[in-house]
Design a binder for this molecule. Sequence first.
Ligand code: SF4
Ligand code: SF4
Length: 288
Amino acid sequence: MIVSVASGKGGTGKTTVAASLVSVWSRPVAAVDLDVEEPNLHLFLKPDLAGPEPVYMEIPVVDWGKCTLCGACSDFCQFKAIALLGASLHVFPDMCHGCGGCLALCPEQALTPGQRQLGEVEAGMAGTADFLMGRLRVGEAMSPPLMRAVKQRLGRLLATSGGDAVIDSPPGVSCPAVTAVMDSDFILLVTEPTPFGFHDFRLAVEAFSPLGAPLGAVINRAGEGDLTVQAYCRERGIPILAEILFSRAIAEGYARGRVVADLSPELRALFESLRDSIQAAVREAAHA
Ligand code: SF4
Ligand code: SF4
């Protein structure tokens, strides 16, 4: 079972919820940070990590002895990452999306695969939980290929462990967020009861509903705003699985890098109930 914890915008408490879910999970679990532009799940789960492993993407390298400057690669590339300018061919590695099309179509086999580092994958253990995270190279714009590399590694891990995964997804509804939640068995949306929170929550529901996984909501800092999110969830049939009341103790615990579920028996019970609701929803969806 793969559970993605997502949110329409940053700062809603998504990582807080993901870390707490991992800490109360009742089966072998892997904690995965796919918020590769700004990973911070490790700050709460404090895993022992092996050294970082670089992840690369394939980019074309020109063999000038073979290239006839026919321009076929330049015409093909939608991203203008390889371009015939006047009488010379230029490769712009940072613009390449690694599709491999130019390498496949070059009639002279004048393009060979080179590498551009996307970032790193780090793996380790956080207590009894496996831990995986991606970290995008500073200046790198393309996070989805790195995220896919982390997910491939997760697939191998789960095939061995037979366990579940809790993914801390990037915020928002753009390509990286969709890449993170795709193939999940459950998408848990964390929001807050404010006009901004509701606006972005609704975008997230619209973006992720077509993926077909059951959705559930957690309202963080409940009691501070209005009831618009609750009314919308009722209207869309999205179960609200937990409401975390705003409290100074939680804010202080978060600031100190504590797992919120560890702050009190009541909070632990809240996250155990959330866990049970998610597991029941996944079982129900599997039998539907
Ligand atoms: S398709 Fe091959 S031969 Fe033609 S310009 Fe590109 S690299 Fe050179
Ligand atoms: S691999 Fe794809 S994106 Fe990169 S230069 Fe070639 S055609 Fe363009």
